[in-house]
Design a binder for this molecule. Structure first.
Ligand code: FAD
Length: 255
């Protein structure tokens, strides 16, 4: 089976993020594989081990994205492709167009993406790529069974499970609950250094500049407002209750 994983490098949201002039500062920031893409890599490896074939991870990014691709190779993917973009603006449309141009002649059986990227979180890239390639897609999956060309998928629907049947070729976006992504092992890390990592730029794809013009522009990014300090009410319980009701009613307008 010819399996592809769309993988995005994101900021590590466990780390402090600095914003200046409406942009996230990249200097000194830590980057990781988008956590939903780890489910995609794990599922791709599991399906390959069951059905045979090859897993290729692809990133549209810059040369620093090699680190996340090597991690996916260390987890067990077979090959990586880095599509290096030198432009400094692009949106979900641009990214999808680039991925479409790369994938259109690859005869992928299964493409796995994350449900959303934890930074910009539009959840658009997977469905856009599937639409462009003219293949079915199912989003936020938590279970995947492949039997020949037939595919049975489970989706978490607010705590209930929805079962969907479809067929290959297919694109799915992966949600927490699908699997437990493995940590790269030491032998995996050693092997990953020798696995193929192809680096392409836009000129290597059959894509004109005007075909990938972004459709949207991010105007501003800001941090949430600082939390106000908490307030501790004191005195007799009856007085505290009265004060609390008055605060909720008059000050916070919550009642
Ligand atoms: C030329 C160019 C320049 C860009 N410049 C900037 C910039 O200056 N600042 C900035 O913040 N962003 C930039 N981007 C990134 C872009 O704006 C979006 O962040 C990106 O398209 C993903 O959107 P999202 O985070 O909403 O992903 P979502 O749609 O939420 O992601 C869902 C899933 O799609 C897949 N996916 C998403 N992005 C990629 C990717 N890049 N490669 C492979 N798979 C992916 C992953 O599987 C991911 O889990 C640029 C993109 C391009 C193409």
């Amino acid at each position: 089976m010819n399996i592809y994983v769309l993988l995005k490098k994101t900021f590590d949201t466990e780390e402090k993020i600095n914003v200046s002039n409406g942009q996230i500062e990249e200097d000194g920031a830590e980057f990781i594989i988008n956590p939903y893409d780890e489910y995609a890599v794990e599922e791709a490896i599991t399906q390959r081990d069951e059905h045979g074939g090859e897993v290729t991870v692809i990133t549209v990014g810059d040369e620093d994205s090699e680190k996340q691709l090597r991690t996916a190779l260390a987890m067990g993917a077979d090959k990586a492709v880095l599509i290096n973009t030198e432009e400094d603006d692009g949106d979900q449309f641009t990214t999808s167009k680039i991925l479409e141009a790369y994938l259109e002649d690859k005869e992928a059986d299964l493409i796995l993406a994350g449900n959303v990227a934890i930074d910009e979180a539009s959840g658009q890239v997977g469905p856009r790529v599937a639409e462009a390639l003219g293949i079915p897609y199912v989003t936020t999956i938590t279970g995947l069974k492949i039997d020949g060309e037939s595919v049975t998928i489970e989706k978490d629907v607010e705590g209930d499970v929805e079962v969907v049947e479809t067929s290959l070729p297919l694109l799915v976006t992966c949600q927490q609950g699908l699997n437990e992504p493995r940590y790269p092992s030491l032998p995996g890390i050693m092997k990953a250094k020798k696995k193929p990592l192809e680096e392409l730029d836009i000129d290597d794809l059959d894509l004109d500049e005007d075909e990938m013009e972004p459709k949207t522009k991010t105007i501003d990014i800001s941090l949430p407002p600082e939390k106000e300090a908490g307030r501790i009410l004191e005195g007799e319980i009856d007085d505290q209750v009265k004060e609390l009701v008055s605060l909720l009613k008059d000050e916070k307008k919550a009642l």
